[in-house]
Design a protein around this ligand. Structure first.
Ligand SMILES: [Zn+2]
Length: 680
């Protein structure tokens, strides 16, 4: 890659392209190393484990302490921050009364045997909740010097919660995520705009996900032999153990988390993504041209895909597999090669949808329903969308390690945008959500109904736990997707593709902030985009322009005393036969300002286009013409998906308001319900 980098640098010098290409990094810096051994006891739903963890100080600071996440304690009682914020309910699923889960560290020592447990305290940096035990601080006997490292050993015992939020068990099904004591991220000064170095280790909230550092995992999992097991990474050995158990060992480098699943009833379906067989030369060439990279930087690599299906959903296995294959291909072509050799896709058990639609490195969970096994409901793209979305997180969360606590849009919003692009590409933009019984729904239609003039409570960029009730989803997923769709229209598809490519490459295995994305977009486009990013991502204003009035009337013939005072004879033979005086008023109803195109359509089909900065509150256009004005449109081509009300963008004279896209909001209602049901 070094050679490619040099060539690319030369290409920049020769062509003076504004952005420098960043070849995809091959490996992460290894900040952490985890060696874990864990045993599942399905009778008590407990995990008994040990871990040896090495942390390398990536900063120039001596670091006096370590901060750890103990996520399972979110489910410890009804006083945890997670319980209080969620009210025992998340993504439409209730917390069961007997579902408590927790984790306890039984020993914690340095490699030399020094006890650390007596030096550990529970911290609640976000809300001061003393009942929350999801963050632990351990003061070390001496600081870890800059560039130095520390190794500790921990033993833990954890009870898994009954699944309702991401992790736990349901019957014999286990989805084991956020299960081991995991270090936070030590952010040196300058990273993500930090003034001074320090640990970034937030409590587990109802609406927030994860943030951790890169390294390698070596995990040994012991279960009763009847379980089918899947996990992050590659399996390197399987051995029979005592009392009818099986021990499986998995390894994976360059990741920041590890999850696994176990269920005796999984049906295993395997397939391969082939970098040569599944991508044509033309596809490589087209993608290279789109993202502006040499063809040799575009090569993907083979991936072994393993789908663990519930038997009842077996008819959908091929869809899961195909969605995974398409996602590996297209996201890889757009954002750089998926660098891992495996992908495990888990279909959650009935009653465990709370663990569906989740992402961990090389390991994702889907979500579907029996209903979708059969025609016509198999024409609804929900299971495919879930797999594609969760795989997309391999890039936005996995490879680009954004802080999901503080800037959730950087993973969920980027990923929603990426998922949307792929769904439109695979199924067509008009039917990318569903195509059944004459109902054709594109994902952009679904997206637009989430927006409204009343959505002014929060900003896209703010901590995930700080949104108004019910607002997290809109501001972390939908509004950023609308915003990135809008940015794509403003920049054009090729430039946007290069922005995303450059951002993805440059921040692979690193931790960017929103500012880093803004800077990449400005650099690659060569444009000042502050006017877009600041108000859209960091403000609460909405975008709404409307055609307020359209008037066109026949001009009265000249009459009275004109010019030198001679009376005009009526009718004046020198005057043109018919003149129309037309007036259009366009108004800015929202606080967001964006340049607008106003289109005037005259009788007979003549069209006039007017560009307006959009800055003033209103604009009046007056025209005197021989043809009659019949219609006015603002943003006539629908280039601003952020617009909160599309119904007021067009107005015909003497007619009712006409929607730009006449479709019924009501008919989408049940589709949204269905989407909610499977946890989209
Ligand atoms: Zn997501």
């Amino acid at each position: 890659m070094r050679r490619a980098a040099a060539l690319a640098a030369l290409a920049v010098a020769l062509t003076a392209r504004p952005a420098s290409p960043d070849p995809v990094p091959q490996h992460a810096g290894e900040v952490v190393t985890y060696t874990i051994a864990v045993t599942l006891d399905p009778a008590t739903h407990t995990l008994t484990g040990t871990e040896r963890v090495t942390w390398r100080n990536p900063s120039p600071d001596p670091v006096p302490d370590l901060w750890l996440h103990l996520y399972l304690n979110a489910f410890r009682n009804n006083r945890s921050t997670f319980s209080r914020e969620s009210g025992g309910q998340l993504r439409g699923i209730d917390m069961p009364d007997d579902g408590w889960g927790w984790t306890d560290l039984t020993t914690l020592t340095l490699a030399d045997g020094t006890d650390l447990l007596t030096r550990a305290t529970f911290e609640s940096p976000d809300d001061g909740n003393r009942d929350d035990r999801t963050v632990m601080k351990v003061v070390l006997p001496g600081p870890v010097p800059a560039g130095g490292e520390v190794t500790f050993d921990a033993a833990f015992r954890a009870r898994l919660p009954r699944v309702f939020a991401r992790t736990g068990f349901s019957g014999d099904y286990y989805l084991v995520g956020q299960w081991f004591p995991k270090l936070g991220v030590y952010e040196p000064a300058g990273m993500r705009g930090r003034q001074a170095g320090g640990w970034n280790c937030h409590q587990f909230h109802a609406n927030s996900e994860f943030y951790a550092d890169y390294g390698s995992f070596d995990v040994t999992i012991t279960t009763p032999a009847r379980f089918v097991v899947g996990a992050t990474g590659r399996i390197v050995s399987t051995a029979d153990g005592p009392s009818g158990t099986v021990t499986r060992r998995y390894r994976q480098d360059d990741v920041h988390d590890f999850a696994w699943t176990a269920d005796p009833s999984f049906v295993e379906v395997t397939g391969t993504f082939s970098a040569t067989g599944d991508v044509t030369d033309k596809e490589y060439r087209d993608a290279a041209a789109l993202v502006g990279r040499p063809i040799e930087e575009m090569r993907l690599s083979d991936v072994a895909i393993r789908v663990l299906m519930q038997p009842a959903h077996r008819p959908q296995a091929a869809r899961y597999l195909e969605a995974a294959r398409q996602a590996i291909k297209h996201f890889g072509l757009w954002y750089g090669r998926y660098p891992y050799s495996t992908l495990t896709v888990v279909d959650p058990a009935y009653g465990a949808l709370g663990s569906g639609g989740m992402e961990y490195p090389t390991f994702i969970t889907g979500g579907t329903s029996l209903l979708l096994n059969r025609w016509p409901f198999d024409r609804i793209h929900i299971p495919d969308e879930v797999v594609i979305h969760e795989f997309g997180h391999q890039f936005w969360y996995g490879l680009v390690g954004s802080n999901e606590f503080e800037e959730a849009w950087l993973d969920e919003g980027m990923n929603s945008y990426s998922t949307g692009r792929l769904l439109d590409k695979l199924y067509g933009p008009r039917v990318s959500f569903a195509d059944l019984l004459g109902l054709r729904v594109g994902r952009s239609d679904m997206l637009r109904v989430t927006n409204s003039p009343l959505r002014m409570s929060d900003r896209i960029r703010q901590p995930a736990w700080s949104y108004a009730p019910g607002a997290y989803g809109f501001y972390s997923y939908d509004k950023p997707e609308l915003a990135l769709d809008t940015l794509e229209r403003l920049l054009g598809e090729p430039l946007m593709a290069r922005v995303m490519r450059t951002y993805s490459e440059r921040w692979r295995f690193r931790h960017p902030s929103s500012d880093d994305f803004y800077a990449t977009a400005e650099e690659v486009s060569g444009r000042d985009l502050r006017w877009f990013f600041r108000p859209v991502f960091e403000g609460t204003d909405v975008l709404d322009y409307e055609v307020a009035s359209v008037d066109s009337r026949r001009a009265a013939p000249a009459a009275g005393r004109l010019g030198d005072g001679q009376a005009v004879t009526v009718p004046d033979p020198k005057q043109p036969a018919a003149q129309y005086e037309s007036t259009v008023v366009v108004r800015r109803r929202g606080g967001l300002v964006m340049p607008q195109t106003v289109r005037l359509t005259f009788d007979g089909g003549r069209v006039e286009t007017v560009q307006w900065s959009g800055a003033e509150r209103w604009l009046r256009l007056k025209r005197t013409t021989t043809d009659e004005l019949v219609r006015a449109d603002v943003d006539p081509d629908g280039t601003l998906p952020l617009d909160v009300n599309w119904l007021n963008n067009s107005l015909r004279r003497k007619a009712e308001r006409t929607a730009v896209r006449p479709w019924s909001v009501r008919c989408l209602f049940w589709l949204q319900e269905l989407a909610t049901m499977v946890g989209l």
